[in-house]
Design a binder for this molecule. Structure first.
Ligand code: NZQ
Ligand code: ZN
Length: 388
């Protein structure tokens, strides 16, 4: 087992009705609140009215930032940081999915950052001064509610950069707020959860037992609960399982004690989103089985890891590990098909036009060379081609 450090300073209020703690939580930080949200889903489901009633009844002064985009943009970070400064904001309250929370993390740091906001994104690092952030999660996917990272896009430059900003001080994660998530976003979010696990699971270290069990447990939970919520969107227990899966999957916990893996599928996917503004989880669902097929062929020494995936996650059996490895990849592919995720880039109108540029950028600072099975720029292009 490798060394690791555990530090997740976020308090989680999980479950039905936990919004009842909102006023008491915000009062810890002050009365001037910046409420941030996306394109209107919180209004349609009644959460906006619920929040505003609590804020008004408890004497908070509210400034609003609406319209945070999926794949949040640098321009919106600039707008939010200015609102914080102009209104002397004490605390940010983000209500939405990963995009709203990510944008709010960057705003929390941007409120104090002296200098250009894109430069802040390019140089993002932990420990910068930030406003306190409280969030109310409405989509199980990114894990932004339980980590310090955020991903910000600059569409003019075709850049989508992940980095460390600040942990939410408190996350309210009530599964009932995810009842309204449409089937496609539910499936894409679940693919993102699975990817966060698989990025760390496929590692050289085989003896970090608890991490392995947590990773396999999260995958099995998603495989069991996603089909349930697609049939019954308001099934509380199934939504609840997906929500906690989301928080744990990207927290780092399932990788404790393991060698780092470079998260190559995320590096490849962020380029797809940067060029084509696609849904992150959908891009990952397309890329992951192809990446698996590619690395298994490139380096057959990883076969035992794939056989373990087939056995422990998909319940497959067999003596021939090479065959089992292929069957595990096929099971993952078939699962994504069964939940109606697009499985080719062509379905998203993506051609090979920018593959060289995307591969170059995914491999900046030679980072793909440090992944589980080291990849070159040419390998990345080949994986993109396999996805067409
Ligand atoms: O904008 P609104 O109207 O709220 O609608 C959103 C959006 O259209 C909708 N939605 C959210 N909750 C809903 C709902 N619709 C109905 N009912 C609800 N309860 O869903 C759409 C997608 O929302 P978004 O926040 O974009 O999705 P997600 O949570 O998947 O976030 C994606 C972003 O997070 C980044 C991705 O790259 C992408 O930019 N990531 C962040 C990570 C992190 N912070 O750790 C890690 C991830 O790997 C990921 O890269
Ligand atoms: Zn992700």
């Amino acid at each position: 087992m490798e060394n690791f450090e555990h530090c997740i300073p976020t308090e989680v209020y999980f479950g039905k009705g936990q919004i009842s703690h909102l006023a008491e939580i915000l009062n810890r930080y002050g009365k001037r609140v910046l409420l941030t949200y996306g394109g209107g889903s919180i209004k349609r489901m009644g959460l906006y009215d619920e929040i505003m009633k609590i804020l008004n009844d408890n004497g908070f002064a509210v400034t609003e930032l609406a319209g945070i985009e999926p794949n949040p943009r640098i321009e919106t970070v600039e707008k939010g940081a200015k609102l914080c400064r102009d209104n002397n904001i004490d605390v940010i309250l983000a209500a939405g999915g990963g995009s709203t929370i990510d944008c709010s993390k960057a705003i929390a740091v941007g409120a104090f950052y002296e200098g250009d906001m894109w430069e802040m994104v390019e140089t993002a690092k932990p420990g910068r001064k930030a406003l306190p952030l409280v969030d109310i999660l409405t989509l199980s996917a990114t894990g932004s509610e339980f980590d310090g990272g955020a991903v910000i896009s600059n569409m003019k430059l075709h850049k989508k950069l992940g980095g460390s900003y600040t942990f939410p001080a408190v996350s309210i994660t009530d599964p009932t707020y995810t009842f309204s998530v449409p089937p496609f976003q539910t499936a894409a979010g679940s693919a993102d959860i699975m990817s966060h696990i698989m990025e760390g699971y496929f590692a050289r270290t085989m003896d970090s037992d608890l991490s392995e069990a947590i990773a396999e447990g999260v995958l099995k939970s998603v495989i069991r609960n996603l089909p349930v919520v697609l049939k019954e969107p308001d099934n509380y227990d199934a939504r609840a399982n997906l929500m906690w899966d989301s928080s744990i999957a990207c927290s780092g916990i399932p990788e404790y004690g393991k060698e780092s893996t470079g998260w190559p599928c995320h590096a490849l996917e962020h380029e797809l989103s940067a060029y084509y503004d696609i849904t992150h989880g959908a891009g990952l669902a397309i890329l992951t089985p192809r990446w698996m097929t590619f690395i298994l062929k490139k380096d057959p020494s990883v076969t035992p890891r794939f056989a373990k995936f087939a056995r422990n996650v998909w319940g497959l059996e067999g003596e021939d590990e090479a065959e089992l490895a292929q069957k595990g990849i096929q099971a993952l592919y078939d699962f994504f098909v069964s939940v109606k995720l697009p499985m080719t880039l062509s379905e998203l109108n993506i051609t090979d036009e920018y593959f060289p540029e995307m591969a170059e950028s995914a491999n900046r600072n030679n980072r793909l060379a440090n992944s589980y099975v080291p990849l070159t720029k040419e390998d990345a292009i080949e994986i993109y081609r396999m996805c067409l």
